[in-house]
Design a protein around this ligand. Structure first.
Ligand code: ADP
Length: 229
């Protein structure tokens, strides 16, 4: 499945939880690029400036990365893609890549602009394990990530100028994908306001309804159903 939504809508948070429940990988292109930047790879060196400016990494680069990732063994029984596709060109490439394992559902998380701007400015991302926290979260009051000992920091592209640019790019390049997937009958729109638990319950309900369609009667429901093989 795919998870779509503007920056700060909660895609990463919800995708991480859902992936754990379904025992499939959460594939976040943003996390992959940030890991490349951290490791100083040629991709990371090329991507850093583009990301910090709030622009998109070129389609051909991203398509190559995702194509490779979706062919890794752990992606064989499903995946949750977060951050890709981000352009119509990427969506077309994804359709080719996944021709033999087509999408079950595309979840669009909807959160208004004013709310995401507020959320992003207080977002802190661990430089070790990429866990996302809010700046006022007591768990990181000592400046240390309780999961890995890394340091939660503000992403360079979470600063106000880059946020503005990224939201503009979302409207111009990525928002058209909502209509694209609606036209294909794959879109489920979910209200992204409320606590992460409330949003997760909504996400689970639509994913379960889609993925249980072919399941024999009486087999599973809600949570466990999506995690059964
Ligand atoms: P957000 O959704 O909050 O913008 P991400 O972590 O998904 O954050 O992405 C961060 C940055 O990585 C993007 O602003 C962009 O520069 C780059 N990026 C990630 N995914 C893609 C993609 N599919 N195509 C182009 N650039 C991408």
């Amino acid at each position: 499945m795919l998870i779509l939504g503007r920056q700060g809508a909660g895609k990463g948070t919800q995708a991480t939880r859902l992936a754990a429940l379904c025992a499939v990988p959460h594939i976040s292109t943003g996390d992959m690029l940030r890991a490349a930047v951290r490791d100083g790879t040629p991709l990371g060196q090329r991507a850093k400036q583009i990301m910090d400016a709030g622009d998109l990494v070129p389609d051909d680069v991203m398509i190559g990365i995702v194509d490779d990732r979706l062919h890794e063994p752990d992606a064989g029984r499903g995946w949750i893609l977060d951050g890709f596709p981000r352009t119509v060109g990427q969506a077309q490439a994804l359709a080719d890549i996944t021709a033999r394992q087509p999408l079950d559902v595309v979840v669009e998380l909807v959160v208004p602009n004013e709310v995401v701007i507020e959320r992003i400015s207080s977002r802190r991302t661990c430089d070790g394990c990429a866990t996302v926290y809010s700046a006022d979260d007591e768990a990181i009051a000592d400046g240390v990530c309780p999961k890995c000992g890394g340091t939660p920091r503000q992403r360079d592209d979470d600063r106000p100028e880059a946020i503005r640019k990224r939201l503009e790019v979302y409207e111009s390049d990525t928002a058209p994908l909502v209509d694209h997937y609606r036209g294909l009958g794959l879109l489920e729109t979910v209200d992204g306001l409320g606590s992460t638990d409330e949003v997760f319950a909504r996400v689970l309900a639509v994913v379960d309804a889609r993925t249980s369609a072919g399941r024999p009667e009486g087999v599973g429901s809600a949570g466990p159903a999506v995690s059964s093989p």
